[in-house]
Design a protein around this ligand. Structure first.
Ligand code: NAP
Ligand code: G4F
Length: 343
């Protein structure tokens, strides 16, 4: 039975990837961070299903603590390591720049731990389209230059480069997946797509009246996270290590997203959306669109879920969630604090 170690298993991609690998029969080890409240909500259904039989195992660790990484590799001896851990919010990376970049620098500690324990372990690094800094001419591909525009992106460029350096220097199976934005009902609630669909659910259920956003003109190449983790897995099954882009090749503005999402509940987005400087970034990545033709050709990967299907999936999920919240609010079991939330 193959063994995989996933850093950042409690995040959006950690949920979809662990689900995929568990279904494939892997024994999965995931790193979690100690926090004052329990942070395993996304993977709780997987814990119930797989933990008892020892298929899913959670271990405390932090990418900022290399000793924890060495210990985990020695005790679990995985065949594959998926390094998904990051402070992944671009705007927050301007507010906590050292923490955000140091976490990406932590990838080096993990690569070193692999090099010193077992160089046969395959390593996946979660690289990001943010490294390109935006479109200058046509679609972004593997020949496009990196021009990071945030501490987050600068940290990711470091992790990307060091992964390639370890591949070339030590003959390690280390790959970079440069993924464009991917979303889902399990997307963090402070990313723009989920912030919008959460607000729609609450507006329809009468527990929120408006949503305040930042730059509505930016465009993104949005795909479905469930499709993208399949690509991560395929990269580690390829016969040789390399770098690949995963993207849909389509881009839409925040306004397009708003129009479509509010349209699904027959509301006009302009009646519910405000903008505030608070959500603007010191430096913006205006437009992103990616060319995933190499992944299609070499990995036989292509996204299955369309933009419309993705938005509908997120709206439907959040309508249902808000309906449940409404019941809890009525029974005084939940405080309706959402409009004051730091998002
Ligand atoms: P996410 O939902 O924000 O999850 C990030 C995960 O990293 C969480 O499990 C988080 O733990 C963990 N983490 C944060 N700091 C850590 C640290 N210092 N040590 C150990 N774990 C830490 O992100 P995601 O959307 O799943 O993305 C997964 C990876 O892909 C990230 O590296 C992200 O930068 C990259 N990426 C994402 C996208 C996208 O569109 N989603 C696109 C390109 C690249 P807690 O739950 O405790 O916070
Ligand atoms: O949803 P976002 O915060 O995602 P962003 O910055 O594109 O980053 C995500 O995708 C990257 C891949 O390209 C990942 F590497 C990264 O980890 C993360 O998953 O913002 C998207 C756009 C931005 O242009 C932002 O300025 O939406 C704009 N926006 C407008 N109003 C907003 C808001 N973003 C957020 N988070 N919140 C707003 O209120």
């Amino acid at each position: 039975m193959p063994k995989a170690l996933i850093t950042g298993i409690t995040g959006q991609d950690g949920y979809y990837l662990s689900k995929l690998l568990l279904k494939k029969g892997y024994e999965v080890y995931g790193t979690i961070r100690r926090s004052s409240t329990i942070n395993t909500a996304r993977i709780d259904p997987l814990i119930s299903e797989y933990e008892k039989e020892g298929k899913l195992n959670l271990i405390y660790s932090n990418l900022l603590d290399p000793s924890s990484l060495t210990n985990i590799l020695n005790t679990t001896q995985p065949d594959e390591v998926y390094n998904l851990a990051a402070q992944s919010h671009v705007k927050v990376s301007f507010e906590n720049p050292v923490y955000a970049t140091e976490t990406s620098f932590g990838s080096l500690g993990l690569l070193e731990a692999i090099r010193n324990s077992d160089k046969q372990i395959k390593f996946y690094q979660a690289s990001s389209s943010e490294m390109f800094g935006g479109v200058t001419d046509g679609m972004l591909d593997l020949n496009s230059d990196f021009d990071p525009k945030s501490p987050y992106a600068a940290g990711k460029v470091f992790a990307h480069n060091i992964t390639k350096i370890y591949r070339e220097s030590y003959n390690m199976f280390a790959v970079n997946g440069i993924l464009f934005n991917h979303e889902s009902p399990h997307r963090g609630e402070t990313f723009v797509t989920r912030k919008i669909t959460r607000a729609i659910g609450r507006i329809v259920n009468g527990i929120q009246s408006k949503v305040t956003l930042g730059n509505l003109e930016a465009t993104r190449d949005w795909g479905f996270a469930g499709d993208y983790v399949e690509g991560m897995y395929l990269m580690l099954q390829h016969d040789k290590p390399d770098d690949w882009i995963l993207a849909t090749g389509e881009s839409h503005s925040i306004k397009d997203f708003l129009k479509l999402a509010f349209g699904f509940v027959n509301l006009n987005w302009e009646d519910y959306v405000e903008t505030s400087e608070k959500y603007y970034r010191p430096n913006e990545v205006h437009d992103l669109i990616g060319d995933a033709s190499k992944a299609k050709k070499e990995l036989n990967w292509s996204p299955e879920v369309s933009f419309d299907e993705l938005v509908k999936m997120m709206v439907d999920y959040d309508l249902n969630l808000a309906k449940q919240e409404k019941v809890l609010i009525k029974e005084n079991l939940l405080q309706p604090t959402w409009e004051n939330y730091i998002l």
